[in-house]
Design a protein around this ligand. Structure first.
Ligand code: NAD
Length: 441
């Protein structure tokens, strides 16, 4: 940015300013990069590493046509952003959503780098997706779109290079189509080896036991490890949930097994309440049939404000980014906010909640269960092995507990909140590898 640029366009973070960012406090990528850089500053990470980590290594954006059921063609926009691979091959989900944008994908790719490092996985960070509302497509259209998207990604993904996984709007079936498409283009790779191109596949086709529930399971292990520190026990905890998709519904079903009470749920169709507790298993069956929580007959419908204001021990956003913002953060009546979704709180909301003494369990810790079991699936495919559920869960718990302890330790060492602690622990690991390898040449 030139010295003559108006002051309010210059980014207050000197690294983002040096990289030429025009300041936009509402931009998700700038928020995420800024949070990373704040942690880097506390850690005193070398300046050149801050520059490297403040931008993804590779940003791919492309258009591809798909023939729809009515015989007409539609053009779709696809993305894959590869943030950093110092720790290993790029890894990250593929999102199908109408609002997918480059900056959002960039932001999520940064979080993947930090998450893999914190969970001590030999993987880097990436994210991708297609700008589409998957609910508006027929099964045939979804399959054709997935196959064209995978073909268009071409050599940009690979079993040792970049390994996609499910995210919002995609699932095990979509992963199966991705893997099958890749295998058709790469017949030279062995069958097991080629299946390692994506994770989150159906169990019958190289998926791992425990992968579907993994993010919810990781959330439960995070709560199990962190809540006793603030005097909350899982077996008498009350909580609210935004989102009842993969992460939310699995988290709720697993928390029900631990005796927690689900008081309110909100998704894209509406919000419901039952102070005596909503039956997560029953609600999951209802949502599978009706597409959302609206109209669930065993709970009362409420408006959005009531949903946010309901008093609970733990508030769990498990839907979109930036859903907790400066306007609704003041409505929250909870002691802990567990970020099951990626980047669900804006920086302004976070500041407000921290000032009020709310403990925020950061996304790179709370939802690291998904990528951890994805790593287990990748490992099983490469070794032609099948692990049982007990093995997966035991190893997942070890990774989550260790990530939580590293975050807590760093937060204490630097006297910062838990998000900063988690980011510092993740960056410290990355910084060590850069120091050992140096910058080529
Ligand atoms: P999903 O598509 O299965 O479910 C998304 C949920 O969000 C749905 O219940 C939907 O109704 C709800 N939602 C969408 N728009 C909403 C709105 N405007 N208001 C309220 N609710 C809304 O997605 P998912 O896989 O459960 O992912 C949820 C979050 O968890 C995302 O941030 C994702 O990046 C993150 N995450 C997912 C995984 C995984 O393994 N699936 C892993 C790590 C992180």
């Amino acid at each position: 940015m030139s010295a003559g640029e108006p002051a309010d366009l210059r980014h207050p973070n000197h690294v983002l300013d040096e990289l030429g960012f025009r300041y936009d406090p509402n931009n998700l990528f700038q928020q995420t990069a800024n949070a990373l850089l704040e942690a880097a500053e506390i850690l005193d990470l070398p300046h050149h590493l801050r520059l490297i980590l403040a931008q993804p290594k590779i940003e791919i954006m492309f258009h591809f046509p798909v023939k729809m059921d009515d015989g007409k063609y539609r053009l779709f926009k696809g993305y894959r952003v590869q943030h950093n691979n110092i720790l290993g091959p790029y890894k990250g989900g593929m999102r199908y959503h109408a609002d997918v944008s480059l900056d959002d994908i960039k932001s999520l790719s940064v979080l993947m780098t930090l998450k893999c490092s914190l969970a001590h996985l030999p993987l880097g960070g990436a994210k991708g997706g297609v700008q589409v509302d998957p609910r508006s497509l027929s099964t045939t259209e979804l399959r054709h779109l997935t196959r064209r998207f995978t073909a268009a990604l071409d050599g940009n993904i690979g079993t040792d290079h970049d390994i996609p996984a499910p995210d919002m709007g995609t699932n095990a079936q979509v992963m199966a189509w991705m893997a099958d498409t890749y295998m058709n283009f790469n017949a030279n790779l062995g069958r097991h080896q080629a299946r390692a191109i994506v994770t989150g596949k159906p169990i019958e086709f190289g998926g791992s036991h425990g992968r579907e529930k993994a993010t919810g399971q990781g959330l439960v292990y995070t709560l199990e490890r962190c809540l006793p520190d603030v005097g909350i026990a899982l077996n008498n905890m009350t909580y609210s949930l935004i989102g009842f998709g993969n992460v939310g519904s699995w988290g709720a079903r697993l928390l029900a097994e631990r005796g927690s009470t689900l008081v309110t749920v909100m998704d894209h169709t509406g919000a419901i309440i039952d102070p005596a507790g909503i039956d997560a298993e029953d609600l999951a069956t209802y949502v599978a049939e009706h597409g959302g929580v609206a109209g669930y007959p065993k709970a009362e419908a409420i408006d959005e404000k009531t949903f946010y204001q309901t008093k609970v021990d733990v508030f769990i956003p498990a839907a979109l980014e930036q859903m907790v913002h400066e306007h609704n953060a003041s409505w929250l009546n909870c002691r802990v906010l567990a970020e099951a979704a990626n980047a669900p709180c804006t920086p302004a909301a976070e500041r407000q909640l921290l000032e009020r003494g709310v403990l925020i369990l950061p996304a790179i810790l709370c939802n690291a269960g998904g990528v951890t079991v994805s790593y287990f699936e990748w490992k099983q495919n490469r070794q032609a092995e099948t692990w049982d559920l007990e093995t997966v869960d035991t190893m997942l718990k070890k990774h989550v507990y260790s990530a939580a302890e590293k975050s807590i330790k760093a937060a204490k060492r630097f006297n910062v909140d838990l998000r900063k602690g988690a980011y510092i622990a993740a960056l410290e690991n990355i910084g060590k590898v850069y120091a050992l390898r140096g910058i080529f040449p």
